[in-house]
Design a protein around this ligand. Structure first.
Ligand SMILES: NC(=O)C1=CN([C@@H]2O[C@H](COP(=O)(O)OP(=O)(O)OC[C@H]3O[C@@H](n4cnc5c(N)ncnc54)[C@H](O)[C@@H]3O)[C@@H](O)[C@H]2O)C=CC1
Ligand SMILES: O=C(O)[C@@H]1CCC=N1
Length: 264
């Protein structure tokens, strides 16, 4: 099984590291392209994979091809490779807003397409990826793709009409959490904790809270109530968060994200 990446930036790097870490595909069976030699040198040094500036070479030397360029470059990249994509090849999209129908139209034929929305925690094997496929992808092919996507975290098949929501809730959400961690650290620094220590305390608390949700299966509200001692410190913080519109700011930000993914 050979996998190719057209473009090897933040997302492709995260995915490749996850795949290699879980030994799903050896580095020698991974090829990536980039526009600049500097990027190619970084990728080869950092990831140990084959590299090329030629997208056609990447396409011709892969069984599974990941389009890992920014959405605005999808038309030019697909136009460049569509005549060398083979019938049995699987093409994986990781871009927001590019529907299976749109991709099919760009390729101009019955290409085996899997549309996904991963996220960068793939780098540490804790990604969350939403996926869906078109009618040309066989069950066997899709099982292979899900195994690859599962090598860098969790993967779930979702209906395509939820892919834009997948962008807001997992594709983009690491950025929201990084802002939260940064703000928590600033709050700790404001009251005297050294910054490096503040980042660790903040990040580990976010990690632990997330694991509590995932591993206890309890409602986040119930878990929040377990922290809020009557008349205690936590409920004071929660009161201010509610007063400042914490929840609605998250919801509204996610709705803006979905609108952007939908091109609205
Ligand atoms: N960064 C993230 O957290 C996530 C990104 N994505 C999607 O993944 C895709 C890539 O995003 P990033 O990795 O963040 O972008 P990036 O900008 O870090 O990487 C894209 C790479 O593609 C290269 N490139 C551009 N045109 C090219 C071409 N014609 N041929 C070969 N390489 C070319 C660029 O030089 C760059 O190195 C985008 O569609 C993005 O929406 C999806 C989920 C999460
Ligand atoms: O910001 C973006 O457009 C990409 C897609 C999801 C995360 N990053």
């Amino acid at each position: 099984m050979k996998i190719g990446f057209i473009g090897c930036g933040n997302m492709a790097t995260s995915i490749i590291k996850g795949i290699i870490r879980k030994q799903i595909i050896d580095a020698e069976n991974i090829i990536a392209s980039a526009k600049t030699k500097a990027t190619l040198d970084r990728v080869q040094k950092e990831l140990g994979v084959k590299v090329s500036t030629d997208n056609l070479e990447v396409t011709e030397n892969s069984d599974i091809l990941v389009l890992a360029v920014k959405p605005q470059y999808y038309p030019e990249v697909i136009a460049q490779i569509k005549d060398v994509v083979r019938k049995e090849q699987i093409v994986i999209s990781i871009a927001p807003g590019k529907t299976l129908d749109w991709l099919q139209e760009q390729f101009g034929g019955s290409v085996r397409l899997v549309r996904t929305m991963p996220n960068t925690p793939a780098l540490v094997g804790e990604g969350m990826t939403g996926a869906c496929r078109n009618e040309y992808v066989t069950d066997e092919d899709y099982a292979t793709v899900l195994q690859i996507l599962g090598s860098f975290g969790e993967v779930e098949t979702i209906p395509e009409n939820l892919m834009d929501v997948c962008v807001s809730v997992s594709g983009s959400s690491p950025a929201y959490i990084y802002i939260l961690i940064e703000a928590m650290a600033d709050g700790a620094v404001a009251d005297g904790m050294p910054r490096a220590q503040a980042y660790k305390f903040a990040a580990q608390s976010v990690l632990g809270s997330a694991k509590m949700v995932l591993e206890t299966g309890k409602h986040p509200g119930e878990l929040k109530d377990q922290v809020c001692s009557p008349g205690g410190t936590t409920i004071e913080a929660v009161r201010v968060l509610e007063e400042k519109g914490f929840r609605s700011s998250v919801i509204e930000a996610m709705k803006a994200c979905v609108r952007k993914a939908r091109g609205i």
